[in-house]
Write a protein that binds this ligand. Sequence first.
Ligand code: GAR
Length: 355
Amino acid sequence: MKNIAILASGSGTNAENIARFFNNGNRIRVAMVITNRKNAGVIERMKPLGVDVEYVPNRVWDEAPERIVEMLQFRGIDLVVLAGFMHYVSPVIINAFPNRVINIHPSLLPAYGGKGMWGHHVHEAVMAAGEKKSGVTVHYVDEEFDSGEILMQQEVEIYPDDTAETLEARIHKAEYELYPRAIAAAVHRLDANDEPGVGEAAVAVEAAPVSPSEPPAVPKSVEEEWADVLKVKYDPASATVPPPVPGGSQIRQTVAPQEPQRRQQFQQPVAAAGAEGERPAMPPTFLLWSVLCTICCCFPPGIAAIIFSMMVSSRYHNGDYEGAARASRMAEIWIIVSFVLGVLSASLYIPLSLF
Ligand code: GAR
């Protein structure tokens, strides 16, 4: 299972589409959404889907991007997916996730890309220029705006009676088709790059004696599984893109060839938290200390410490590892408060009681 995190600032229709597309399967899962806008529509959209949304203000994106890296690594995120994310993504994040940050842009890049080109601004510029076609691009994110390696593109025709709004609506539809497929392709690349013995495995399968009743178990690629589900013919030898969705409106699709030099092993300092079958260690609950502080030191903060202590294990067992770590830190803080207040009140009480 590969975990993806979606970054979104606005309505979040792409985020919703991606979560609906993948979260019923067992290969890719939207583990979290991060937004930089407190009231972003994506927050409401994720509620019925049960996807966690974290609000991270712009200040943190600008001044402490390493905290976002920690958050993503803590959740065991394999791929970061920008879907209408309207804030600069720091090189700190991009470098921590090499070839693992992708974005969708509503034009045929490199046309109509760059600073200031987002959402409706793109469609207005395309219409003003009298273009006959526009489209959607999914690309890897690098330190420049809209300039990273292109993963997939899909053209969208512009009709004579189109306005920026009608074009935007059709572009959105194309995005809903293209982005899940581009994500599947990006994850497939990760799978290929992550397996150190891909070549050896292929040789081993070739060399193994082939029994007619028991064909060798070669794992299927995302595209092959997809083709099975859609019941369409797919020949991996001649195709470089996942099979088209039947009835899809794509006119042209391109997939950038795999670049060996891009194949870098992803290092996860936090042991793949949330990855299949693995969990990070539970943070300390401090329950005993909380109880001792409640009895021996100051009562109210001691109670607060007990509450946070209990939240550690409940959050941990619900899979909210980050929430558990937060609760553990809070328990610790309230224990200290209880202890300090206890010492202060004792040091006042003893001298006063002597008079
Ligand atoms: C999408 O059309 C996406 O291509 C665009 O923002 C919209 C977000 O819609 N992204 C950019 O312009 C990036 N430069 P959504 O919030 O409904 O998914």
